[in-house]
Design a protein around this ligand. Sequence first.
Ligand SMILES: NC(=O)c1ccc[n+]([C@@H]2O[C@H](COP(=O)([O-])OP(=O)(O)OC[C@H]3O[C@@H](n4cnc5c(N)ncnc54)[C@H](OP(=O)(O)O)[C@@H]3O)[C@@H](O)[C@H]2O)c1
Length: 244
Amino acid sequence: MNLKGKTAIVTGGAVRVGRALTLALAEAGCDVFIHYGRSAAPAQQTQQDAMDYGVEAHIHSANLADVDAAMGILPTAVAQFGRVDILINSAAIFPETDSFENSGPGLWQTLFAVNLRAPFLLSQAFAAQIPADGRGKIINILDARVRQPAPDHFVYRLTKGGLWQMTETMAHALAPRITVSGVALGAILPPPGQGQAYLDDLAQSRVPLRRAGNADIVAENVLHLLRQDFLTGVVIPIDGGEFL
Ligand SMILES: NC(=O)c1ccc[n+]([C@@H]2O[C@H](COP(=O)([O-])OP(=O)(O)OC[C@H]3O[C@@H](n4cnc5c(N)ncnc54)[C@H](OP(=O)(O)O)[C@@H]3O)[C@@H](O)[C@H]2O)c1
């Protein structure tokens, strides 16, 4: 797919990895629809930075835990652009308190709603607006840690494992009109509240390549997947070998 002149939604597209994806798409000539939750000021900044590449950019806030709000995203983007060619499901929650012992029904409900149900609802609405003779691309942002079972982030792992599985099943379900692929991230950005030194120390001890990644590497791989037309159901681990 030639990205110039295409239209893309990025969920959680205002900050961190999502912002890097938004700006890489804008730099490649895509008009962008930046979904955000609470980051209103960063969303406006990312919108401005995207427009500096000469593309159209819109921002839209929606709580992905809310079905109606999540289902409002596609129609709003279609009303702005006429059609949407690319959907990037990047928004997610990653609670530090999430463990087997601590995770109750409330945490299950929120995590599954934001990390798995919302990508499904968006993908379904995205697919519905791609014409029978049209082409579309979905990229899901996954987590490489689900390749190695461990007890940390217990429910989060289940949601991201489900999203990985959904990437493959949707690749079947939506072929040939729509390709569905993913990138599975390792140590890319420090968790909120931690600095780069925290991530660098972690990477030294855990990552075979002895360094952390960064959001630009993620964006490069996402653009690669978007430009390829014979790849679907593919997940690229971007983890420096950490979860091999
Ligand atoms: N950072 C890493 O190293 C790493 C590692 C493995 C996987 N990942 C995956 O990569 C993706 C991006 O990671 P990140 O660290 O950049 O993400 P992040 O900062 O943890 O969160 C991304 C965005 O998700 C949005 N979000 C969360 N809950 C929401 C809700 N209920 N409604 C609407 N939006 C909501 C937030 O938007 P607002 O700020 O606007 O509220 C947030 O900025 C995620 O899917 C994550 O699981 C990241």
